[in-house]
Design a protein around this ligand. Structure first.
Ligand code: ZN
Length: 291
């Protein structure tokens, strides 16, 4: 039987490369389905069919990957985001096996940097025994992200559509409360590894820049799709908490990525998610860097 393109299983074995003084290995947490209403609610039916075809999607959904960089920096072993732990959709939650395939123990992780506290990025924090999966790590999160999700009055003061996300974020972040480091825009996590505030997808969303011959930015969800986020950066994204701020931040980020020739590592791009942005006039295009 020949698999349709959307059903084919991509090769997601650990993908390693050198970035300045860092060794980076992209680990897959798997993938999950996202519908048109979230990915591109402003697309016309014809535009959506084109997007779906180019992404190998089907039946009104596309496959969102979950690409997690593991960074070796001196004695530090760092993860950026933790995936969904299999609690979000059954096709994600592969981080632990990908880490083992790369030859590392979860006890060896010294730092976890969170871009934000959505399920597909943080619900992998706890194992099935409800204990932290990376027990020796410090956990870095944007100060505004912490304040937003950890508000004890969240369920009485925020829209009900966010309640399940908040309950999960409070469960996971509370479990490592003693190990939390709050981060502001421009903070250096290590020499050459810097937090960049990219708000809108969530209030305290952070991306992380790694110095090298070209700066590498681990984007998180400031850009979420290698077609829609670049070719239509002004479109609303259904899961942005503040859609106006999200669209403004995304447009500035995409333009800067093109002008500054940034290397990007996109969490949800086709594995392993490395690419650059090309600008032609006012139009942008994502170009994979790993093929
Ligand atoms: Zn995400």
């Amino acid at each position: 039987m020949t698999l349709a393109r959307s059903e084919a299983v991509p090769d997601t074995s650990p993908f390693g490369f050198r970035q300045g003084s860092f060794d980076v290995t992209v680990l897959s947490d798997g993938h999950f389905a996202l519908p048109a209403a979230i990915v591109a609610p402003e697309a016309t039916p014809d535009q959506w069919l084109d997007i779906e075809r180019r992404l190998g999607g089907s039946a009104g959904t596309i496959r969102a990957h979950a690409n997690i960089p593991l960074i070796q920096a001196g004695d530090d072993l760092i993860l950026i985001d933790l995936g969904g732990g299999g609690k979000f959709q059954p096709t994600e939650g592969r981080l632990a096996s990908s880490l083992a395939a790369a030859g590392h123990d979860r006890e060896a992780i010294t730092k976890v940097l969170l871009t934000h506290a959505h399920p597909d990025h943080v619900w992998g924090l706890l194992g099935i025994d409800d204990r932290p999966r990376f027990p020796n790590a410090s956990y870095y999160v944007g100060a505004a992200e912490w304040d937003f999700w950890m508000d004890p009055d969240f369920t009485s003061s925020r829209p009900s559509v966010l309640h399940a996300f908040a309950i999960g974020a409070q469960r996971d972040l509370s479990a490592v409360r003693e190990r939390i480091v709050l981060v502001q825009d421009g903070d250096d996590i290590l020499p050459g590894l810097q937090a960049i505030a990219t708000p809108g997808h969530t209030h305290g969303h952070m991306s992380y820049a790694l110095a090298g011959p070209e700066t590498l930015v681990v984007t998180g969800d400031v850009v979420t799709n290698q077609i829609v986020s670049f070719e239509h950066p002004a479109w609303r994204f259904g899961n942005d908490t503040d859609q106006e701020v999200g669209a403004n931040t995304r447009q500035r980020f995409v333009d800067r990525a093109a002008v500054d020739r940034l290397l990007l590592l996109g969490y949800h791009f086709a594995y392993p998610g490395l690419g650059r942005v090309e600008r032609s006039g006012n139009e942008y295009r994502y170009v994979p860097a790993h093929v």
